[in-house]
Design a protein around this ligand. Structure first.
Ligand SMILES: Cc1cc2nc3c(=O)[nH]c(=O)nc-3n(C[C@H](O)[C@H](O)[C@H](O)COP(=O)(O)OP(=O)(O)OC[C@H]3O[C@@H](n4cnc5c(N)ncnc54)[C@H](O)[C@@H]3O)c2cc1C
Length: 473
């Protein structure tokens, strides 16, 4: 007997695949009622859609919309990548769950509700309903997996906590892409999830925040949603980064979010979880979980690399802006990166495509090389009220004049040229743009740019016309 702990999407897919392979399988779920809603961007990548199709999972048309790719939007550029092999599916979690549950029922998989697993024993798992004997224990109990801890496989959360929060609006989708809107320190994910429903999920780092506070960081999106009725309760999740020492210990195997999670930024959590489930079932068929350990490492290698790169870019707005600008003129490369992230093999993309992808990777590599600082950091100040700022210089790689002295980069930005803007930020939010034609002089301690000192008066004017002045020093 196989016991799957957790009747989330990955647990149910694992159980379905095991049942299809002729195994005796049962599912234990702590909740008393299905379907289960959850904070999620609800964009299922094409690889995941294919697995649902193979399992004959029916999704109610009212709760889903196909999407053809991913669109990244920041203050200056828009980049679009289309999936090369078929669409993904935006789908409400409750509809996905209902479909999976129905499929499990049809397959004769017993799902025990209200069965919270609290311990492991040599015979199986212990829960509120007693002992469930099992040969294999497959933990699909989510981001904060208790079994991961019970099995001694948890390394705890990562060092930079990120959180997620979602809400739905009853409004017709305006696009058949999943849109990712980027702002400093926070991204908004917009997914069409039905003929008259759009999901908005935020991912951000730092303190917990309310949905409306986060939405204010995206004025364009806020305007789009103005007046649209809210169609769900706000649901949150986090901290997201959860680390594991291994995905297997004896007869216990972790799958889905339970097997470690970095971030939802690339939106392939479900798809990757389903692929892990398929690999785990193959390893059980072979009677050796070491196959799963190996395949799991291969499955997550590329998505994790991408995610680390993107998280790095998310923390570095100038780099992120360069990345989006660069991908905006390479839609094919963007599409192939999406496919690779979703489990396509390099060979399946063909030689020509691999070469062009190679070119794309070179772009990535170049973007991630340490570059001379193109955007000098300013820190205009109103007394006691620090404001960080950047000068954006489309097309200009180097600051016009830069002198490096022992430990200090002394930067002088002269008259602004056309298209050049200085941006003032406070607590990560843009508060305004510098008035044109001003002279700014900044001292940048090399090791700690956050302590940049403004050595000459600068003025930044915010949207309400208020001027922020840096004291002359
Ligand atoms: C803000 C946000 C946006 C996201 N966007 C996307 C996206 O667009 N696309 C995508 O593919 N992924 C996305 N993800 C990731 C995706 O939501 C997860 O990867 C997915 O939910 C993992 O499913 P799971 O079945 O592993 O875990 P879960 O869905 O968390 O299910 C775990 C189940 O285990 C049960 N359980 C827990 N403990 C016990 C216990 N002790 N005993 C019994 N049962 C237990 C829980 O009740 C739950 O039902 C996003 C995540 C977040 C936070």
């Amino acid at each position: 007997m196989i016991t799957v702990v957790g009747a989330g999407p990955v647990g149910l897919v694992t159980a379905l695949l095991a049942a299809r392979a002729g195994m005796d399988v049962q599912v234990l779920e702590q909740r008393r009622k299905l379907p289960i809603d959850k904070a999620c961007g609800e964009g299922l990548m094409p690889g995941g859609v294919e697995i649902l199709r193979d399992l004959n999972v029916d999704i109610d048309q009212d709760g889903c919309s196909p999407f053809v790719g991913v669109r990244w939007i920041d203050e200056l550029s828009v980049a679009e990548g289309r999936f090369p092999a078929g669409p993904g599916l935006g789908l409400r979690r409750v509809h996905l769950h209902r479909g999976l549950w129905e499929a499990a029922r049809r397959e004769g998989v017993p799902v025990h509700l209200g069965a919270r697993v609290t311990g492991l024993s040599p015979e199986g798992v212990l829960c509120s309903e007693g002992l469930f004997s099992s040969r294999w224990i497959l933990a699909a109990d989510g981001l904060h997996s208790g079994l991961r801890k019970l099995g001694g496989l948890s390394l705890g959360p990562g060092p930079r906590p990120r959180f997620g929060l979602r809400r739905h609006y009853a409004v017709s989708p305006w696009t058949d892409f999943v849109e990712v809107h980027w702002a400093p320190g926070v991204e908004a994910y917009v997914t069409p999830v039905g003929p008259r429903r759009v999901g908005v999920a935020f991912l951000w780092s730092g303190e917990k925040a309310h949905f409306d506070q986060l939405l204010e960081r995206f004025p364009r999106l806020q305007r789009r949603l103005e007046g649209a009725p809210v169609d769900s309760q706000d649901l949150g999740a986090g901290p997201l980064h959860q680390r594991v020492s291994s995905v297997v210990s004896g007869r216990l195997a972790l799958v889905g979010d339970a097997a470690g999670y970095l971030d939802a930024l690339t939106g392939e959590g479900l798809s990757l979880g389903f692929q892990q489930a398929a690999s785990l079932v193959r390893a059980i068929q072979a009677g050796d979980l070491r196959f799963y350990v190996q395949e799991h490492a291969e499955l997550v290698r590329l998505p994790l690399t991408m995610m680390h790169l993107l998280l790095f870019a998310a923390r570095n707005p100038p780099l992120r802006a360069r990345l989006i600008r660069s991908l905006s003129s390479r839609p094919d490369t963007f599409g192939r990166l999406l496919a690779l992230n979703d489990g396509a093999s390099l060979s399946s993309l063909g030689l020509g495509r691999v070469l062009s992808l190679g070119a794309g990777m070179v772009v990535w590599g170049a973007l991630l090389q340490p570059q001379p600082r193109a955007e000098p950091v300013l820190e205009p100040r109103r007394v006691g009220d620090p404001v960080a700022g950047q000068v954006e210089r489309p097309g200009l790689r180097q600051p016009r004049r830069q002198r490096v002295r022992a430990g200090l980069t002394d930067l002088v930005v002269g008259q602004q040229q056309r298209g050049e803007r200085a941006r003032g930020e406070r607590d990560g939010a843009v508060v305004g743009h510098a008035v044109p034609a001003q002279v700014q002089r900044v001292q940048l301690p090399r090791r700690d740019p956050a302590r940049a000192r403004v050595t000459q008066r600068v003025a930044v004017q915010d949207e309400r016309g208020q001027r922020w002045r840096a004291p002359a020093q």
